[in-house]
Write a protein that binds this ligand. Structure first.
Ligand code: 13P
Ligand code: SF4
Length: 303
């Protein structure tokens, strides 16, 4: 079957099944093109919760579909790429979090959204890369276990030096491998382009950047800037939307290694199959869901 045939069938089924298709900014271009909404992980989970649709097709990685299931328990959350996990989210498990809680009894746990529902359920607050600094600054507690991303955690610790932050040793397999030498080299090639990087990059890299921000913050930076060229230091999928919104601007990917293999597992063929079979479905057991939702909601109180 050709891509156009898959898309025709998807278009018929999405109407029949009253389905909303959500795609993360890191998805393959053709998946972003067919989605009703493209965005960052939290915006997509909120869109799932706010929508009137009965069925959500979540094109992303597992923790994102789980967050949608936490916030929209009455809806059917289809997850076409059933083996697409996030290796960083897998670097924290709930039992280990409970051990850290015993080790640091005065600390609260701030969990990045890139965690399983079970880890969120044993955490006090969730955060995203867009609001981690604001949240850690505003919560009343001064001792924090930050997990699972050591790079986002150390970026936060630098901006909030008056708090004690214990860093979990997790990292993103895509962003952690960006080298500072690559930043220096690409800056020499394009000296007129600002370097925009995600805080999941290592501190040696973020310190060389002109702007550090989440995917949505990088997109707003570009949309609101008059500059003509940009060096993008996050997953390559973001360039699809940037180019679409800003056809006169030029984007250079910081290194060709900025590809998340899990994000690339979703294809139009898998989206069609999930709508035909109404499988695989992501569900979160209710006792975990209620606690995980509390951590997500507590995040909003302090922003
Ligand atoms: P966002 O929270 O910006 O969607 O990013 C998620 C992610 O996996 C970054 O690598
Ligand atoms: Fe996980 Fe990194 Fe992929 Fe984001 S880019 S989903 S953090 S592996």
């Amino acid at each position: 079957m050709k891509t156009a045939d898959y898309i025709n069938e998807i278009n018929q089924l999405r109407i029949q099944k009253k389905a909303l298709i959500l795609a993360h900014n890191y998805q393959n271009d053709e998946v972003q093109a067919l989605a009703d909404i493209v965005g960052d992980s939290l915006a997509l989970s909120r869109a799932a919760a706010d929508s009137q649709a009965e069925v959500i097709v979540f094109c992303g990685v597992h923790f994102m579909a789980e967050s949608a299931a936490i916030l929209a328990p009455e809806k059917t959350i289809l997850f076409p790429a059933e083996n697409a996990g996030c290796p960083m989210a897998d670097m924290a498990d709930a039992d280990e979090v409970l051990k850290w809680r015993k080790r640091y009894p005065k600390a609260v746990v701030v969990a990045y959204v890139n965690t399983s529902a079970a880890v969120k359920a044993v955490s006090d607050y969730c955060c995203t890369s867009a609001n981690a600094v604001k949240l850690v600054k505003n919560i009343p507690e001064s001792e924090i276990i930050f997990l699972p991303d050591q790079n986002l955690g150390s970026y936060v610790a630098k901006q909030v030096p008056d708090k004690i932050i214990h860093l979990w040793p997790g990292y993103c397999i895509t962003h952690h491998h960006v080298e500072p030498e690559s930043v220096t080299a690409i800056k020499e090639l394009h000296p007129d382009a600002p370097v925009l990087v995600h805080p999941e990059c290592r501190p040696e890299v973020t310190k060389l950047a002109d702007f550090v921000g989440s995917t949505s913050q990088i997109i707003s930076y570009v949309n609101n800037s008059a500059r003509k060229k940009y060096i993008i230091g996050t997953e390559m999928g973001v360039i699809y939307g940037l180019q679409k919104e800003n056809p006169a601007k030029t984007f250079y990917l910081l290194t060709k290694g900025l590809v998340c293999p899990n994000m690339k597992q979703t294809t139009v063929a898998k989206v069609l199959k999930s709508l035909q079979t109404m499988q695989p479905v992501v569900q979160v057991p209710s006792e975990i869901r209620i606690k995980a939702e509390q951590a997500l909601n507590r995040m909003l109180e302090f922003l």
